[in-house]
Design a protein around this ligand. Structure first.
Ligand code: ATP
Length: 418
């Protein structure tokens, strides 16, 4: 079925009007430089699916840095050029009230893989070559923007037909060997859109591509898991990866995602918890919390976790293990224990356990401090040193445990401690 792309691109419900204006400015500039200019990939795919689009990358046949420089000259803002790849980031001037406030300008390119699984070698080329370097037919369409060509669809690999048939299909038989991270991408799209992976692509997930996957850096694979946790149906995606043998091929100690945690992935911390939402860290926390500390340490190394993610992942494992023995301790003991770990880890364990003390800690206890401060102790002539910390903790503990209720009682307690 032929879709009216120009109409879809002008529909403010699908594509915000302020972005349409920005795009037409870019297209005019490209036309005046005689540079064919396109939107590619997810933008075209989602628009053809009648889904709202927000992000876009501009691809030009010509030199994206030259286009960027002309745009900065005309509209302002700043350009960060990458001469090696002939790409540029245009940091928009404040006159464009648009989020994100920068966009990528890319020179159409051809890619070759010197070694399977390695990052590709790139050279400037045509839009046709640029589409042929892509992952799936549904992502290998472009829509032209400049001049009279506005809204023309380029679809050399029949992506639109696959979109209609709800099929994810790689572009050539070596695709998953060139870049096995495409297996993750395939599963993301299949699950997100309820599409199937074409049988001719399924058979490419085989011993050969999986062994190349195993040779990829932890960072590349972790990035794919991060993207999965950004999605709504991440648990289902992980289950599919596992079924296809991806966990086993990359690191057999990667655990199965526990079904009953799936619905927790999309939960948002209540405002009163004061925990910043972080889908990715929450996702890994729920995924790994029932593994052993040693296994999680090894996974953190293999997947090249940054320190924040490593800390949270280890904290959830330890806290979940300790939870039973912590049940009978006082609020101050809870507080001193929980203060050492990231809030998101406390939240993750609360989600799975519903332990009231964790909620109390997040909402109340962690904000309770002693009224007396170090300065007060100094004013009383107490020599500075480790004793300060001891005294202040004792005062805070007494507050937390309800042994003292006000400043007067705290003063009295202080006097007994000195
Ligand atoms: P999403 O909605 O998941 O963000 P997207 O299409 O915008 O979808 P990006 O990851 O931003 O996805 O990539 C932009 C485009 O770059 C893709 O549509 C695809 O054409 C191409 N691409 C991205 N990753 C790869 C890859 N590993 N191999 C080949 N092409 C890729």
């Amino acid at each position: 079925m032929q879709k009216d792309l120009p109409r879809l691109m002008r529909d403010p419900n699908l594509f915000p009007s302020e972005k349409q204006t920005l795009l037409s400015n870019i297209a005019d500039q490209a036309a005046s430089l005689d540079m064919p200019c396109y939107l590619v990939g997810g933008f075209v795919r989602d628009l053809l699916l009648n889904q709202p689009v927000n992000d876009f990358d501009i691809v030009v046949e010509g030199d994206a840095i030259e286009l960027g420089a002309a745009l900065v000259k005309k509209y302002g803002g700043k350009l960060t050029p990458h001469t090696k790849f002939r790409t540029a980031i245009w940091h928009l001037p404040s006159s464009f009230i648009i989020y994100p406030s920068s966009l990528d300008l890319i020179t159409a390119r051809k890619e070759t893989y010197s070694r399977l699984g390695a990052l590709p070698t790139i050279k400037p080329s045509t839009i046709d070559d640029d589409l042929r370097r892509r992952d799936f037919t549904i992502n290998a369409m472009a829509v032209r923007l400049d001049g009279d060509h506005f809204g023309e669809l380029l679809d050399p690999l029949n992506g639109q037909a696959d979109l209609e048939k709800k099929i994810i299909r790689v572009l050539h038989p070596r695709s998953l060997m060139d870049d096995p991270t495409r297996i993750f991408r395939a599963i993301r799209y299949m699950t997100r859109y309820s599409f199937i992976l074409h049988p001719s692509s399924v058979i490419l997930i085989n011993l050969e591509s999986l062994s190349i996957l195993n040779s990829l850096s932890g960072e590349r694979i972790r990035h794919e898991f991060d993207l999965i946790f950004e999605e709504e149906n991440s648990a289902q995606m992980l289950a599919r990866l596992n079924e296809l043998g991806i966990f086993n091929a990359f690191d057999p100690s990667l655990p199965k995602f526990i079904d009953q945690y799936a619905k927790l992935l999309n939960s948002n911390p209540p405002a009163e918890f004061g925990v910043s939402a972080n889908r990715v860290i929450l996702g890994y926390s729920l995924w790994l919390m029932d593994s052993s500390l040693d296994v999680v340490k090894a996974i953190a190394k293999r997947l090249d976790f940054n320190s924040e993610l490593r800390e949270a992942s280890l904290a959830v494992v330890q806290l979940k293990k300790d939870l039973h023995s912590l049940k009978k301790i006082s609020p101050s003991q809870w507080t001193f224990r929980l203060e050492k770990i990231p809030l998101i880890a406390v939240y993750a364990i609360w989600l799975v356990s519903n332990e009231t003390a964790l909620k109390e800690f997040l909402v109340k206890w962690r904000h309770i401090k002693s009224g007396i401060t170090g300065d007060d102790l100094k004013a009383r002539g107490i020599p500075t040193g480790p004793r300060y910390k001891e005294i202040l903790s004792q005062l805070r503990a007494a507050r937390l445990d309800g042994e003292i209720k006000n400043d007067k009682e705290e003063e009295e307690l202080l006097n007994t401690l000195l």
